[in-house]
Write a protein that binds this ligand. Structure first.
Ligand code: AGP
Length: 591
């Protein structure tokens, strides 16, 4: 939550414009407000601009300069106002701070600082950081003042501090992501919460570890250990991400682009991680207990994984990571905890992973973003390779994670190669099926549902987690109450909700339980429900159907993609922003 961006030595001399463009790429991390601070050329005072609302098509008239920082905010402490937007300044306006995280002990600092005469301009926890540094700088140099301040903060935090006199940016990380990018050719340096913000300029990066800081000047970037203050060797890695990954590529929204990219991303997943999957499957074969955790979409992926494992004859457990703590003590050295996450930065997932680690459990990360905290905590990383997912709503990362779990389940029963072939075949069918004809069909369905406030969905076995994910896409993107149920739950109370014309989605596959789910559909129909089948077949129980390819136990991929597209078109039709749904942030880095 919150996006950090900075540039040093901007080659265009227009650092504010560069920061503005970078922040637009990071807006998915928070869109309550945004702000930029720049040191204009040949001027000693800094200039700041802050606004509430989405950065969208915003422009800035800030003067030219070669060093600037900026921030997109997802509010935690202090309301959504201009004055609470970052950057925050010290009393003299010599340094500015941007921050992602929560300073849990900020109130005690604030009281002390006020007593010492510091004047506060906001209600945020962030502002204390600027004043603390200002106070310390009276007695020590800038770098140690920043490090000492950062060491005194309680909580998960990442900060960027710009000192205008020395034209230096210092960034520190503990728990919230930070990555530095080096454009060696043009001697430009970048700082971001995530790579897409500066991918246009460089893919040579260093992901900061917890406890690391970078000091960026016109000359170079230096890496430090914050606790000891000692310099470390900075080793850059080159990512295989390209500019197109962070652009809309002709699509009106990232969400639609990412949904359509699944024609390639799912099959691509089948070609990576072979060795790592083998390592995990060996542990499972040795009798390790398997626990799958995640939040939101990732938790539905975990649940689908549980069915894949069950189909392979394996028992596993799943938990929403936020509910894991009472059960953490049942993990031990013979447990593998498979943590699923797009960002690898979700606080609830990281807390659960740390709790499991304490018990000696092995951690397997099924993660999409690169250089994340989850990756660092894990013993084995299954990096799913869907590429940057910019839309807040997860789509292609989810299906790549799901494919990875499928392959793992196959590997445990020595059928990895068959699994790989099936995933590749799935990719091929998606290429044919995911076309304009399908999209038009879904657009028409969306039009007919546009004014609905309640939608119900049922699914059974593998189609149960599919139903949960389908419903979440509609809730997140279109703000419609979409309630998913296991079909078996219907008769136990839920059926009271069904009235004449209530939209009821029935997700099904061509499998041995097809008859059971169709009986449930018939029960809904008998109560007057409008039955919309999402299945590889038509049936008289359905009033209408979106037919998906018949892919055996992989049919749920296509069934879920219908939900992604439907959510998208409903969202657009209802005037929502499909890339940035209200109140949501891409990575939820607070508890
Ligand atoms: C997905 O569409 C959601 N926005 C959300 O549920 C998300 O999946 C969840 O917050 C977990 O995020 P992660 O995968 O980055 O851990």
């Amino acid at each position: 939550m919150c996006g950090i961006f900075a540039v040093v030595n901007d080659k265009t001399n227009n650092a504010a414009q560069t920061v503005l463009a970078g922040l637009k790429k990071l807006e998915y991390r928070g869109y309550d407000s945004w702000g930029i601070a720049i040191k204009p050329i040949n001027v000693s005072t800094l200039r700041v601009e802050k606004h509430i609302g989405k950065i969208g098509d915003a422009k800035t008239n800030l003067p030219k300069g070669r060093i600037a920082i900026g921030h997109t905010r997802w509010a935690t402490h202090g309301g959504v106002t201009d004055y609470n937007a970052h950057p925050h300044l010290d009393c003299k306006g010599k340094l500015a701070v941007i921050h992602n995280g929560i300073v849990e002990n900020y109130l005690e600092f604030k009281e002390e600082l006020i007593k010492k005469g510091h004047k506060f301009a906001s209600e945020t926890d962030t502002e204390v950081i600027a004043h603390l540094i200002e106070e310390k700088i009276k007695h020590q140099n800038l770098i140690s003042a920043v490090f000492e301040t950062f060491n005194s903060l309680v909580g998960s935090n990442a900060i960027g501090v710009i000192d205008f006199e020395s034209e230096t940016i210092i960034a520190c990380r503990n728990g919230s992501p930070l990555v530095v990018g080096v454009d060696e050719k043009n001697h430009q340096y970048f700082l971001g919460s995530d790579v897409p913000a500066f991918l246009k300029y460089t893919n040579h990066v260093h992901f900061l570890d917890d406890g690391e800081a970078v000091v960026i000047t016109k000359q170079d970037v230096k890496l430090f250990n914050i606790k000891s203050g000692k310099e470390k060797k900075l080793v850059l890695q080159q990512l295989d991400w390209h500019l197109e990954d962070a652009e809309k590529g002709g699509f009106p929204h990232f969400l639609l682009k990412e949904i359509m990219e699944q024609k390639e991303t799912i099959a691509k997943t089948a070609s990576i991680n072979e060795k790592e999957i083998e390592k995990v499957s060996n542990l499972i074969k040795q009798g390790f207990k398997t626990v799958l955790i995640g939040c939101g979409t990732a938790s539905y992926c975990a649940l689908a994984g549980k069915y894949f494992f069950a189909n392979a004859g394996l028992e596993s457990q799943t938990y929403g990571a936020y509910e894991f703590s009472p059960f953490a003590r049942f993990s031990d050295k013979k447990t593998i905890v498979i943590a699923i996450s797009q960002s690898g930065e979700t606080a609830d997932t990281l807390i659960a992973v740390r709790a499991a680690k304490k018990t000696g459990a092995k951690i397997v990360a099924v993660v999409n973003a690169r250089g994340s905290t989850l990756e660092r905590l894990a013993d084995i990383v299954l990096s799913v390779g869907a590429g940057p997912e910019i839309a807040v709503v997860s789509t292609k990362a989810f299906t790549a994670q799901l494919a990875t779990l499928y392959l793992l389940a196959k590997a445990v029963t020595d059928r990895y190669e068959t699994g790989k072939e099936k995933i590749k075949r799935l990719g091929k069918s998606l290429k044919n099926w995911l076309d304009d004809k399908l999209r038009n069909k879904i657009i028409n369905l969306a039009k007919s549902l546009m004014n609905q406030e309640h939608i119900y969905l049922i699914g059974k076995h593998l189609n149960y987690p599919a139903t949960l994910e389908f419903a979440l896409k509609i809730k997140e993107t279109a703000y419609i109450h979409a309630e998913p149920f296991a079909a078996g739950e219907l008769k136990h109370g839920v059926i009271t909700l069904i009235q004449k014309n209530t939209p009821c989605f029935v997700l099904a596959s061509n499998d041995e339980i097809k008859g059971e789910i169709l009986s449930s559909a018939a029960e809904l129909k008998a109560r007057g429900g409008r039955i919309i089948g999402i299945a590889p077949f038509n049936s008289h129980e359905f009033d209408e159907v979106i037919q998906t390819p018949d892919l055996g136990d992989l049919t749920i991929f296509a069934n879920i993609i219908v939900g992604q597209l439907l959510g998208y078109y409903l969202g657009v039709g209802r005037g929502a922003d499909p890339d940035k749904p209200r109140n949501l942030a891409k990575s939820v880095t607070v508890k």
